[in-house]
Write a protein that binds this ligand. Structure first.
Ligand code: ZN
Length: 204
């Protein structure tokens, strides 16, 4: 049975490359895929997903009102061989849209592969990732490295001088120049306003 997958990581771990490789694997075996990317991402022509190592493929832009289920049902009328849909920057999905993805997997029999960040530049979870982490049938991490050599799990926003940014809107799209992945220890030093995790009370 088709499932919903969530591949999460910090910035610059190669999510788009992994997405494009997965799509290529389907196409190589004679199956069709559909790719989606948020309209918000204006770094590139918004209908193409690029990876930093040179792969690219056309994508359908989505916003918060977009219905994945209706779109895929419509596409199936012309292209019945769609076996997989792949969503870049899936942290921008709304709860309702994440819900639709399970109908695509279970009712239409199409695998749904989502790629995204867990948290924003202040460590707060994105809506899309919160529900993907809660509901996805398969979850895996795409690992990346902090400057100190530990695993990078947090996303530090930096300004043009490389200094940490600790306030501003949650959504500000940028590539290598605006974000760096850091381990929790380095992130907490750079973002002093990030709350320390609560200590669990010892049960008596
Ligand atoms: Zn570090």
């Amino acid at each position: 049975m088709a499932k919903v997958y969530f591949y999460y990581s910090a910035m610059n771990a190669g999510k788009s490359t992994t997405l494009l490789q997965a799509s290529y694997n389907y196409i190589e075996r004679g199956m069709q895929t559909l790719l989606f990317a948020p309209k918000i991402d204006l770094r590139f022509e918004n209908t193409v997903i690029y990876s930093r190592i040179g792969l690219k493929q056309s994508a359908t832009p989505f916003d918060s009102e977009f219905s994945f289920l209706s779109y895929v049902q419509h596409q199936l009328e012309h292209t019945p061989n769609i076996r997989c849909i792949l969503i870049d920057e899936a942290h921008f999905l709304k709860k309702q849209q994440v819900g639709e993805l399970f109908e695509i997997a279970s009712d239409l029999g199409i695998a749904v592969l989502c790629y995204g960040l867990r948290s924003d530049f202040l460590g707060e979870p994105f809506e899309g990732s919160r529900y993907l982490l809660a509901w996805a049938e398969e979850i895996a991490e795409i690992k990346t490295i902090c400057k100190c050599g530990k695993k990078g799990t947090m996303n530090l926003r930096i300004d043009k001088d490389g200094q940490p940014v600790t306030q501003g809107a949650q959504i500000q799209i940028g590539g290598n120049e605006s974000y760096i992945s850091q381990c929790m220890r380095c992130f907490k030093k750079a973002v002093p306003c990030f709350k320390k995790p609560l200590k669990l009370e010892t049960l008596s």
